[in-house]
Design a protein around this ligand. Structure first.
Ligand code: NAD
Length: 242
């Protein structure tokens, strides 16, 4: 398949995990990708590995100025912007009573406010291309759990509805916006959390691979999903069906 011939995507958190797998997928189907990430070393390395159709831009997704510069650089490098994947995020795992205000504010900024800033920064370019955006939320944007900390859970719920808000606000512009809701995926964000425990509480008894989410994001970002907007898609090994 070559669903992304002549398409340009901007992927935040593209240096690692789900974002990196999504970049690989889109490039393998003919697209051009800007990987935007705060991790310059890894981002440059991944962009070099993926070839000439991938460009790295250093972006802190909490900065409105850097967002505007990243969208401008995408257009100057590849000519336009068709697809925005708002994927960067950070987790928290401590319970409410032990969460500091500083930790709450940081997680909300990186995981929630980032999506608002990204959609806002990309709007004019997505309008020109009748493009689309996919937001990486989480199954914890749908169901509650003490495995997740409060700010992560609140942020993932917020970006689920923020995506629907943008979808409705922009439906007459021809811009689609959807969210994906991964279960436990084997990436560095899991940190020190016991992976076997996460597999044990998943009905399929294993973790997902980044490619499992990349294929879903690619579907939603492609013209195959032309009638889909404001929707949420779960890929979680059965977790939320329990
Ligand atoms: P990851 O840690 O492999 O990748 C996250 C990327 O985001 C990293 O490259 C990191 O450098 C980047 N990043 C962090 N802060 C940033 C900032 N301020 N500005 C720009 N980039 C920043 O993790 P992942 O699992 O690939 O996570 C991708 C998304 O998937 C996140 O939003 C995460 O919450 C979501 N998610 C992951 C899982 C899972 O189990 N892995 C489950 C549900 C949802």
């Amino acid at each position: 398949m070559a669903r992304f011939t002549d398409k340009v995507a901007l992927i935040t958190g593209g240096a690692s995990g789900i974002g990196r797998a999504t970049a690989e997928r889109i490039v393998s189907e003919g697209g051009k990708v800007v990987i935007a990430d705060i991790n310059t070393e890894l981002g440059e390395q991944v962009a070099a590995e993926l070839g000439e159709n991938v460009h790295f831009v250093k972006l802190d997704v909490t900065s409105e100025e850097e967002w505007d510069a990243t969208v401008a650089e995408t257009v100057s490098k590849f000519g336009k912007l068709d697809i925005l994947v708002n994927n960067a995020g950070i987790g928290d795992t401590v319970p409410i009573q032990d969460t500091s205000l500083a930790s709450w504010d940081k997680t909300i900024a990186v995981t929630q406010t980032s999506v608002f800033l990204g959609l806002k920064a990309a709007y004019e370019e997505l309008k020109k291309t009748k493009g689309n955006s996919v937001t990486t939320s989480s199954m914890y944007g749908i169901v509650g759990s003490a495995v997740s900390g409060p700010a992560y859970q609140a942020a993932k719920g917020a970006v689920r509805l923020l995506s629907k808000n943008a979808a409705m606000a922009w439906v007459n512009d021809g811009i689609r916006v959807n969210s994906v809701h991964p279960g436990f995926i084997d990436t560095p964000i899991l940190g020190e959390v016991d992976r076997q425990m996460l597999a044990d509480i998943t009905p399929m008894k294993r973790l997902g691979k980044p490619e499992n989410i990349a294929s879903l994001i690619a579907y939603l970002a492609s013209d195959e999903a032309e009638f889909i907007t404001g929707s949420e898609f779960v890929a979680d090994g059965g977790f939320t069906a329990q």
